[in-house]
Design a protein around this ligand. Structure first.
Ligand SMILES: *Cc1c(COP(=O)(O)O)cnc(C)c1O
Length: 384
């Protein structure tokens, strides 16, 4: 039985809505489906302003532009993340200062954050790895103390929450709704896709709303013109073409309509993995995903952390031999070919450990419980 690492899921309505968009005769961005998707996020999660983008990378680039960075300004980014998290800010002329991960999970270590802050620091970029929240109360407190902006890379974090235990009142905040700005991705490897590529910019801080719309619409005040707020539109600021076509928005709409079903199925599969692999974890073969008490699980990913690179190589090879395509994940950005010489030389040992030891197991909607059981049987057989 061959099991791929990922397979994009179709809810069944995608082609129907795309057909509708095509025959409505308005294919460019910011039409009916784009507005419906944006309103859906604003209503369901209480985000102040949402703008669909062509990718998560685009949304991060918009965030970086909105931060108004000057050359030499510093941005703190975890080293264990996708290239786009760092690249978006580097393109704005910022210096990227890489932070290490926590021991308990790959997220940015909030406790070591303050040591990285200098008079040039402007932005902190927490990445909610596997859709599991970073310690946002701690991060927001550091940001407030030093007057910094917080941009959440919520690319993997749709429908996941941070549970704040501050001042004895327990409150649930959706990820992407805590920092000043946030970015989601609808790439085909994420829980919800816009037909392969797509993203969303979230603006939580009122100060950035107007400029976000302008940057989104190629530096023009076109959005205000269409709302009838100005009687002509023109070039007013920096910008680019960040908005996706209506065809992609139509695809995304079909997925958003089914989000509860998608999340429920993914969580069931995730739980099956967790229960089946618990005893091997107790024997010290690997550790299972960590969900702190301030976080929820959106079942974006099921990963194991092995004790060494050799142990990981062995397990991956065994699974591949049995046609199960498990994969490793990020290589440390601070020691990448492109950034190595620009990094300040600090060792980031936890990040390197995840780069060497983390394994992602197949997890997608159309995977069956029997497939997960088959993968767990193989893993048990390997350690026997
Ligand atoms: C997927 C991902 C991105 C990039 O999103 P795209 O839509 O592929 O551009 C950025 N950051 C993280 C953490 C991601 O997982």
């Amino acid at each position: 039985m061959k099991i791929n690492f990922n397979q994009p899921h179709l809810t069944g309505k995608e082609a129907h809505y795309m057909y509708e968009a095509v025959f409505a005769g308005k294919l460019s961005g910011n039409g009916k489906f784009t507005k419906a998707c944006q309103a859906w996020f604003e209503q369901r999660y209480g985000f102040r302003k949402c703008l669909l983008t062509s990718s998560g990378t685009d949304a991060l680039e918009m965030c970086a532009m909105l931060c108004g960075l000057k050359p030499g300004d510093e941005v703190i980014v975890p080293s264990y993340t996708f290239v786009s998290t760092a690249l978006a800010f580097l393109r704005e002329g910022a210096k990227v200062v890489f932070a290490d991960s926590m021991k308990r999970n790959p997220n940015l270590d909030a406790e070591s954050l303050e040591a990285l802050i200098t008079p040039r620091t402007r932005v902190i970029v927490p990445v909610h790895y596997a859709g599991v929240a970073c310690d946002m109360d701690a991060i927001m407190a550091v940001a407030e103390k030093h007057n910094l902006l917080v941009v959440e890379d919520a690319a993997q974090a749709i429908d996941s929450y941070y549970i704040s235990h501050q001042s004895s009142v327990v409150s649930r905040q959706p990820l992407g709704g805590i920092g000043h700005l946030a970015a989601f991705s609808f790439h085909e490897t994420k829980n919800i896709t816009a037909g392969g590529e797509g993203g969303l910019l979230v603006v939580n801080d009122e100060r950035f709303v107007r400029r976000a719309e302008i940057i989104w619409e190629k530096g023009t005040n076109r959005a205000e013109f269409f709302r009838g707020e100005v009687n002509k539109y023109g070039w007013v600021d920096m910008g680019s073409s960040f908005l996706p076509s209506e065809v992609n928005a139509a695809f995304l709409w079909a997925q958003l309509e089914n989000i509860d079903d998608i999340q429920k199925k993914r969580k069931q599969l995730w739980e099956t993995y967790y229960q089946r692999l618990q005893s091997l974890s107790e024997q010290g073969r690997f550790t299972l995903p960590d969900i702190p008490d301030y976080a929820t699980n959106n079942a974006h990913m099921f990963y194991l952390v092995l004790p060494s690179l050799e142990a990981r190589t062995g397990l991956l090879a065994y699974l591949k031999e049995h046609e199960v395509f498990a994969v490793f994940h990020y290589l440390s950005l601070h020691s990448s070919h492109y950034y190595h010489d620009k990094h300040d030389g600090r060792a980031l040992p936890e990040c390197d450990r995840y780069a060497d030891c983390l394994v992602r197991l197949p997890l997608f909607y159309d995977l069956g419980t029997e497939d997960v059981n088959h993968i767990c049987d193989l893993i048990e057989a390997y350690y026997r």
